[in-house]
Ligand binder design. Sequence first.
Ligand code: PLP
Length: 229
Amino acid sequence: MSEIAANLSRIREQIKIACQKCGRDPKTVRLVAVSKKKPGQVISEAYAAGQQIFGESYVQEFTQKVEALQLPLEWHFIGGLQGNKVKYLRGKTALIHSVDRYSLAREISSQWGKIDATAQILLQFNLGRETSKSGADETEALDLARKICALPHLQVRGLMTLPPYYDDPEEVRPYFRRLRQLGESLAAENLPNLQMQELSMGMSHDFSVAIEEGATLVRVGTAIFGARD
Ligand SMILES: *Cc1c(COP(=O)(O)O)cnc(C)c1O
């Protein structure tokens, strides 16, 4: 078994264990393999080991890999996104995790409208209010969701967060919990085009805790593909 295949099987096992611990069905948690800064070769390897969903963070790298690989993968875009680059993603992503402002959502809606399609997106929140990270402020969540949900070619599927880093995943737990609560409060508003089905949270070192707090998409890079330069 290749190292990547072994890592994937270990992580799938850890996902199962986390689910058992909190009484969830493991099928409700999907693994997004974060392949940013890694060559296409490792994506092929992970795909051969049964991995379906891949997450990328940089537009140019993403489009190059999509072109080069030509595999029936489910591509997620998880990185910070500039409005003028949205056109390169058009029609190529199953889910964009990183929508944190109205202008970006409007551009995505306009681009997907051109191909008569509906973009699936998540709203990203910066719960730790770190200046280094993208994400909307939770105090503007309802306002932002209302405006974004009024756009024609979008479907909001849930929320995403990239919380502050702590060595001890227990210290990240409150952020995961807050994202879930924020999701519940937005779901109660019954906005059009909003289906609060996904919570994208948890990375290599804290995905088990994220699952206990309700994550449906865990974004794991290093634990699958090794450290990035
Ligand atoms: C890089 C990245 C990840 C993966 O982080 P690891 O610690 O390598 O698992 C997850 N989410 C986002 C948004 C990222 O940019």
